[in-house]
Design a protein. Structure first.
Length: 283
């Protein structure tokens, strides 16, 4: 089995404590602004959230993957968080992905490579929402507990590429990623999850590269821009996208090939394409 399914059992952001409410209900205005103190303070909040979510894991015998803040160019903080996790969860820290929003795409690839039937996933990161002045407002730390499992029919990852990019505009890597997708994938893309938010110019670099996918997209291609509605959720973002892909009837019943584009804090750019297939039919 090569397809995957994502089930989110526990979800929390300052905007919502239920993932379905966050995705499908009217999005509330951001709560009162929380003053950003430092990444050190944020890391402490991440550790507190990790303890809370780990306590809710039902089957601790399954592999556990942590989707964590990318902590771009902050190796000391990354080491501090990893060390804290090793002290708190010594038997469950083999898979720490400091990729932020890009982590969930890498998670799917890892599940396939390791041939896991099922794995637990905990995602933790800082969250932000645009205010009326089109500026990002820090909301606090969010977290999610989920399981990912391989299934006979559903979304299968057919490509995954993670490329470093110090500056999205000066060192745009999406052009090469999109060219590879166009070269190696022949399926028409009818759904694109993109990180555009209309606030920062660099967030929409993906738009300038769409012509490289001209053979795979047209005017009927549907676009999902979760940052517009949900804000920036870091490591939770990719998990939310995967959940929506596999749970929304509007997507499951109408789309066959999806492209997921991820960008994270001027650190990573990534793209993963998924194909809706049924192995039972192919077999």
């Amino acid at each position: 089995m090569k397809a995957f399914n994502v089930n989110v059992s526990c979800f929390f952001t300052p905007l919502s404590q239920d993932i379905d409410t966050l995705l499908y209900a009217d999005t509330p205005n951001p709560p009162n602004c929380i003053n950003w103190q430092s990444w050190n303070a944020c890391i402490y909040d991440c550790i507190v959230k990790a303890k809370e979510l780990f306590a809710k894991v039902e089957d601790s015998n399954l592999p556990l993957v942590w989707l964590l803040p990318t902590l771009a160019y902050q190796d000391e903080l990354k080491q501090l968080l990893a060390k804290s996790f090793k002290q708190l969860f010594p038997e469950h820290v083999e898979h720490l992905l400091f990729y932020g929003a890009v982590g969930a795409n890498t998670l799917v690839q890892m599940v396939g490579q390791k041939k896991w039937a099922k794995a637990n996933v905990i995602a933790i990161d800082a969250t932000y929402k645009a205010d009326k002045n089109n500026e990002w407002v820090y909301l606090g730390v969010g977290g999610a507990l989920a399981t990912i499992e391989t299934v006979k029919s559903g979304w299968m990852q057919v490509s995954h590429e993670l490329a470093p990019s110090i500056d999205f505009i000066k060192h745009d890597q999406l052009g090469g990623i999109f060219s590879n997708i166009a070269q190696h994938n022949k399926d028409y893309i009818d759904l694109i999850f993109a990180p555009g938010n209309g606030i920062h110019q660099q967030s929409d670099v993906w738009l300038t590269n769409l012509q490289r996918l001209s053979s795979l997209i047209n005017e009927h291609t549907h676009y999902e821009l979760p940052n517009y509605k949900l804000g920036k959720m870091g490591a939770l973002e990719g998990l939310v996208n995967l959940y929506q892909l596999s749970s929304s009837p509007a997507i499951v019943n109408h789309f066959k090939h999806a492209l997921v584009i991820s960008q994270e804090q001027a650190k990573y750019q990534a793209a993963a394409s998924y194909l809706w297939i049924s192995e039972e039919v192919h077999n």
